[in-house]
Design a protein around this ligand. Structure first.
Ligand code: DX5
Ligand code: ZN
Length: 219
């Protein structure tokens, strides 16, 4: 059983203090930092891009778990690799050739993730599973923090975990969206080993990051 890792989403952080917020997350024992990149086209919201990630890189050595909600995505991948992303996660719908985009990320010596929206079936990525490091299961439709967890995705986590075992693969299963203290155990038992959370980590227990991160990891 893989160690459960917590990847706090800075989408819920104070954007005027992102460097300090990242340092607070590190002090709160975050395992990595989930950076939500949105372009206002693939999703109806706009956040940050390579220049901001480049400046944040010097605030921590923690893994930058970069979630690219942008399309087209292929031609921008190198910009995020150069800015300091460690894991680059893309959506199949955002590239004309998923296999080529996966190879491109690997050629840049970065870990590659593929993200499945709630309405995207696992068969879209089956043929690529041997090549990827992480599958990001969206438990909300991407674009905003603070949305309600979609319980139907639990079956998708179980299905993916079963395929992973059958194929004897070792990719991480990360879940992202509406994760809180009442559903985190459910997704872990279904097979997730990395939890993304923004609202729960930054808002619960008066914003006690260390307490919220630990509670998600061990509840
Ligand atoms: C949504 C993002 C998620 C989101 C998670 O499009 O991909 O990472 O920020 O935030 P919460 O935990 O508030 O749902
Ligand atoms: Zn995300």
């Amino acid at each position: 059983m893989k160690k459960i890792k917590i990847s706090p989403s800075i989408l819920s952080a104070d954007f005027s203090q992102l460097g300090n917020e990242i340092k607070r997350l590190e002090a709160g024992n975050a395992d990595m930092i989930h950076v939500d990149v949105m372009d206002g086209h693939f999703v109806p919201n706009l956040t940050i891009g390579p220049p901001v990630i480049k400046t944040l890189r010097k605030y921590t050595k923690l893994t930058f778990d970069v979630h690219l909600m942008i399309s087209p995505v292929h031609k921008y991948i190198k910009d995020y690799a150069d800015a300091g992303a460690d894991i680059i996660t893309i959506h199949p719908e955002a590239t004309e050739n998923l296999g080529e985009s996966i190879s491109h990320i690997k050629s840049l010596k970065k870990k590659v993730g593929v993200s499945l929206n709630p309405d995207t079936k696992t068969n879209v990525i089956i043929e690529h599973l041997e090549k990827i490091d992480l599958v990001l299961i969206m438990s909300v439709f991407p674009g905003f923090g603070g949305q309600k967890f979609i319980p139907e995705v639990v079956n998708k986590i179980k299905e993916l975990n079963k395929i992973k075992k059958e194929k004897k693969l070792d990719f991480d299963i990360e879940v992202d969206g509406g994760i809180n203290f009442s559903n985190c155990k459910l997704v872990i038992e279904a097979g997730a080993n990395i939890l993304v959370s923004g609202t729960t980590i930054f808002k619960e227990n008066d914003g006690n990051l260390k307490k919220n991160i630990e509670k998600l990891r061990t509840v």
